[in-house]
Design a protein around this ligand. Sequence first.
Ligand SMILES: Cc1ncc(COP(=O)(O)O)c(C=O)c1O
Length: 423
Amino acid sequence: MTEADCSHPSEVDPAGVPFAELAPARLRAERTSLKWTRFPADVLPLFVAEMDFALAPEIRDALIGRIAASDTGYLDGPGPLAPAFAGFASRAWGWEIPHSRVFLATDVATGVVESLRVEGELRRRQEAAGGPAPSGRIVVPTPVYPGFFEMLEELPYEIVEVPLAAAPGDSGLRLDLSAIERAFVAGADAFLLCNPHNPHGLVHREEELAELARLAAEHSVWVVSDEIHAPLTHAGETFTPFAPLAAAAGALAVTTTSASKGWNLAGAKCSVIVAADERSEEALRLLPPETVTRASILGLHAGVAAFTAGEAWLGRAIAQIEANQALLAELVAERLPGVRLTPARAGYLAWLDFRGAGLGDDPYRRILDDARVALNDGAFFGAGGAGHVRLNLACAPDTIREAVTRIAAILPRHAAAEQEGRA
Ligand SMILES: Cc1ncc(COP(=O)(O)O)c(C=O)c1O
């Protein structure tokens, strides 16, 4: 057998493309997304949440098919995406969704903003009918995906940040349900749940989500559960959709999600908003009709292909992400003293605590300027994020090795060891 014949599964990406073809220099020449255009060529980009892996062939073929048919007009509703997503949700999580509860939006960010506008409209109507005045507050657990703060700039809420906290006897961070309850008692209209939670890759436990649903029902808080990372839940972990728990508790809730993280379709622009029950469905009928026509027909068909035929690719992607995370953990332990990795249980984002690494108050900036690696700056993730960075694991393993080599070279202890070696 020649060397070329021994292609080991770990030498190819989930679509079977050799990792050599995912070398950053090649991707930079081929791709036009912000991952490859924002920074100069000498910067290794491991920031924004998009994958380097090649598209699932089933999705590529679906997109080519629609283009060959010149099927590039407007959408009039979720059509085949409702049964496709409902089928996936049933197989993956045992969540049964009546198709009438599935609404369309351009992307998950739009789904979050538009469903919260509906919440505001409901409160105004209640007040006009003699009900209580809205508090104007939304509760958000932090540190969290910075896009949430950008989305909330479009809405009139005051944001109440509730940091994740370590439960007694448990070193890992979790939703702080007591603090959330206090925030609800103080007055809150809405809660923005990240399920699973970006950036820690935290998979919330069913009992925590059930308690959140109970609190939301008790205090009449509208919950938006952003479940975009759910398809990427790692092996051995159990993802719990929030909607069935909300329905059981009698809380008004919607789920915003899409195939865009699981199958790398951010540019395809199509997401779903799923009502948890009949009352939430009734509320979502207040969505403006343009929410549908602003979604992309190409994105819709890409999503249908992902949810109906993309599970094998997804399984391989998760396995590669887990292998990359294990590689990163090993490299951090060996070469990045003082750095702590929070092991993600879902998604492909690694949350790294650099506060003990000796890079000062702004490790993101030092790593960008001196190591030439672009990560996400934890300072933008809300309370508790400063001193941390987020690193994207959905790439070739060599890209991770290169990032760690570059970062190790700027750590003060590394510099000190080198000097000792030379002396
Ligand atoms: C939790 C979360 N929600 C939403 C988004 C953005 O999704 P979209 O591009 O569909 O708006 C991201 C992107 O990384 C995310 O991590």
